[in-house]
Ligand binder design. Structure first.
Ligand code: SAM
Length: 285
């Protein structure tokens, strides 16, 4: 009988979020594959556990996956953990899970903390449909290209971001999406300094300039999706009207007139016009 591969979530800050089941599984498997064996060793010790550990990170996953699948096929149980939260969510493990499943090994989730879901659950933005986008590219030009591809996305957007890049990313979000969307920065979730900032994108970008605390610790960004009136379908017609009218009048007037004619939200139209103009400016430079 092949063994079982357990995908085990660990806390994202607050150790009390470790589930009983996670503890039990980590205490019984033959080996725990961990992103950072020292970090996971300390976590296990704090729960009075001591399992054999093997490193599995983005640089060795391809090789290690084969060796671990061989052990699973031979009948050993293996657990996969990452440094924090749910493995495979912006963390290693995809290759291992795919290889294990292809080899006919049973893969079992042991769910628990996940920063993206924790942030979404307190953001106060629609959760019926959302898109997890992981980390944006670190460089501004590539980041703006990625954001441009998401500008008409109506689902709530969830991003992971490093505190060192938060200010620049918020500025780029305002540049590409406009400033009026509701947005949330959820930082240090489950930890002592947990703070949830709920503002418009423009206000968040301004807070990031003034509030050094906002740029400390880990954070998740949750952004309201594109207004229904500027979704992919309506976008082409609205853009066409905006383009033509903007040649004759200031954007504020254009937004007023189009809001009057179409019943669409004035702020959304203004933001869309601004995006379109900036896009045109970017393309011409
Ligand atoms: N697999 C993890 C999970 O399930 O959330 C995410 C791993 S990813 C490498 C790390 C990113 O998750 C951080 O840069 C940050 O964006 C987010 N994150 C992790 N812990 C967090 C926390 N306590 N509060 C806010 N964001 C957190």
């Amino acid at each position: 009988m092949p063994g079982t591969l357990y995908i085990v979530a660990t806390p994202i800050g607050n150790l009390a979020d470790m589930t009983d089941r996670a503890r039990q599984i980590l205490g019984q498997v033959a080996v725990v594959a961990a992103e950072d064996t020292r970090h996971t060793g300390q976590l296990l010790t704090s729960f009075g556990l001591s399992a054999p550990l093997i490193a599995l990170h983005e640089h060795n996953e391809a090789d290690r996956a084969d060796a671990l699948v061989a052990r699973l096929v031979a009948g050993e149980d293996v657990a996969l953990v990452s440094d924090a939260g749910t493995p495979l969510v912006s963390d290693p493990g995809y290759r291992l899970v795919a290889a294990a499943a292809a080899a006919g090994v049973r893969v079992v989730p042991v769910p628990g903390a996940c920063a993206a879901i924790a942030a979404l659950s307190v953001a106060g933005l629609p959760t019926d449909r959302f898109a997890f986008e992981g980390f944006l590219p670190p460089k501004t030009a590539a980041r703006r290209v990625r954001l441009q591809a998401l500008v008409a996305e109506p689902r709530t957007l969830v991003f992971y971001e490093s505190p060192h890049r938060l200010k620049e990313t918020l500025a780029d979000l305002v540049h590409v999406f406009g400033g009026s969307r509701r947005a949330v920065v959820a930082r240090e979730l489950t930890k002592l300094h947990e703070t949830v900032y709920r503002e418009t994108l423009a206000a968040l970008a301004q807070s990031a300039e003034q509030d050094a605390n906002m740029l400390r610790g880990e954070c998740v960004l949750v952004i309201e999706g594109a207004p229904a009136s500027v979704d992919a379908g309506a976008g082409a017609q609205v853009d066409d009207a905006l383009r033509r009218l903007a040649a004759y009048a200031p954007l504020g007037v254009v937004a007023d007139v189009l809001a009057d004619l179409t019943g669409l939200r004035r702020n959304a139209l203004y933001d869309r016009a601004l995006q379109w103009r900036r896009q045109a400016d970017d393309e011409s430079t």
